[in-house]
Ligand binder design. Sequence first.
Ligand code: NDP
Length: 241
Amino acid sequence: MARVAVVTGGTRGIGHAISIALKEAGYTVAANYAGNDEAAAKFKEETGIPVYKWSVASFAECQEGLATIEAELGPIDVVVNNAGITRDATLHRMTLEQWTQVIDTDLNSMFNMTRPVIEGMRARGFGRIISISSINGQKGQIGQANYSAAKAGVIGFTKAIAQENASKGITANVIAPGYINTEMVAAVPEAVLQKIIGTIPVGRLGEGSEIARAVAFLAADEAGFITGSTLTINGGQYIAG
Ligand code: NDP
């Protein structure tokens, strides 16, 4: 039977590309999303991939959503923690709400999505947890104390669970994208974007498909010796040790 993969934020942007790449690689894919029903319906119609609406910021909603997917599609083998938001402001202007929304969605989601599936993965002796961090979690970014903290947290979370679950056939890895051509980046003012592109040695933004390819690589049964790693995909913009 095909392995079952869940992609959070799997209907738009990078997640959209990940969902398609995993389907093409033979997985039974479930795509989660938060609120954009129109984009989700279009995605479902175009790809045939079922969509599931809930917020990864809520543990109860994750438990319920994951249980529904397991009932409909079978035990979950692969979790791709991709959903994420930004609420940018320098710290001296940042509201508690901006801080909390980003920590809840980008960091607490790691617990919310992984805790409900980890026991099953351990019992079955196989699992892949692939989490999308960011270049800005590695190097920090002005205006993103919330986002940089959450995305750095994703790396620490992954390093811990990689060690905890290595003997059970479960790997946990991070992908840290640089600037990728999605709606999240389209929200950046054009002048700022051109400045950013000037700092990317490859000389362009990345594409969602370039991240998706790496997710499929890490999800594969053959990738069992890769765990606890952070793969940077950023056009050479920041070369982390
Ligand atoms: P987009 O804004 O294009 O898409 C975000 C997706 O996440 C949407 O499907 C959205 O659902 C979903 N989502 C948002 N909040 C929640 C939530 N609370 N619960 C469930 N789903 C949610 O983002 P990108 O594709 O650009 O980013 C994907 C990931 O990659 C994020 O983690 C981001 O931080 C990271 N990243 C992106 C970079 C970039 O340059 N784009 C660079 C580095 C990292 P809906 O459609 O319903 O709104």
